[in-house]
Design a protein around this ligand. Sequence first.
Ligand SMILES: *Cc1c(COP(=O)(O)O)cnc(C)c1O
Length: 377
Amino acid sequence: MRKNYLLTPGPTPLPPEVCEAMARPIIHHRTPQFQAIIKEATQGLQYVFQTKGDVFILASSGTGAMEAAVVNLLSPGDTAITIQGGKFGERWTEICKKYGINTEVIDVKWGEGVSASEIEKRLKANPAAKAVFTTLCETSTGVVNDIAAIGSVLKATNAALVVDAISGLGAIDLKTDAWNCDVVVSGSQKGLMLPPGLGFISVSQKAWKLVESSRSPKYYFDLKAAKKALDKTDTPFTPAITLIIALCEALKMIKEDGLENTFIRHKKMADATRAAVKALGLELFAPTAASDVVTAVNLPAGIDGEKLVKTMRDTYGVTIAGGQAELKGKVIRIAHMGFIEEFDIIAGISCLEKVLHQMGYKFSLGQGIKAAQESLL
Ligand SMILES: *Cc1c(COP(=O)(O)O)cnc(C)c1O
């Protein structure tokens, strides 16, 4: 017998209300009953995205929504600026290149946020750039980017701002309209407390102009078709009915708490996690731009990160994430996103302490938990 604790940056734990919704009998999607659900889900997403613009629900993981952004906004031969600084920023570059986009890369040091003035400089040097692709929370490093500052740079330009908010939406603030974000993409299995399987994409008026002129090939992810259907409260293809019904439950929970309180809760969990790891003598990987979504922690020399993660998971049932790519084995990532409360953090930290202790790392047991408890008082 073993209880499982999920502290990974996607998927995240499911609230019982969401699980219950998914156990209901299936209904047909071309019905007034499902139309009411589409309406509720779309309005709920507009609340979470903080937009009055269009938001579409795709049957895909978050990366499908990223691909949808590229193929709907751009045409082969167009120029775009992509911001790297981790695995997910690199994904924008990879998708753009597949579709023949001339990609200008801003390479940010892993663990740091991008500077808005660097983007301004790059835009001046590349006035033909039609879009800037960036990331709200770079999940591979735990960094949060200053989207408000980037948005104010892009406001005065013709370029559209495209934000990967797959791991930040519903956890930390992202004001799609007020911060001039033209396209925001997200996914279901992170802050929104659902299983994987849904992608989301918002489209501003400025972005629709690009959509009108885009010549990239697309069929499944054609946003003009999605718009035509949504105007009739419909979808072009069979939607992921069960997941969308569950989405309504999750959105209801977020609305009941209120977005502001949801952000405050995430900050509290992040503060407690950061206090705990620092009290254990560990360092944050991204001390100057740490997100309230996921905390990346440097491991001391001699501690094998892969073994640490494996032991926590396989021996004790507590799943955190290890490092990706160049950070493999060197960092751990503890997510505090979605349906996570203070005693999930306490459980996660106490398991981390136990395994670090077993691996020979020197500290006094309870040091991290004490700091987390004090932070949460
Ligand atoms: C998880 C994640 C993705 C990938 O999403 P999938 O749902 O796995 O396709 C992309 N970007 C960021 C920032 C993420 O956290």
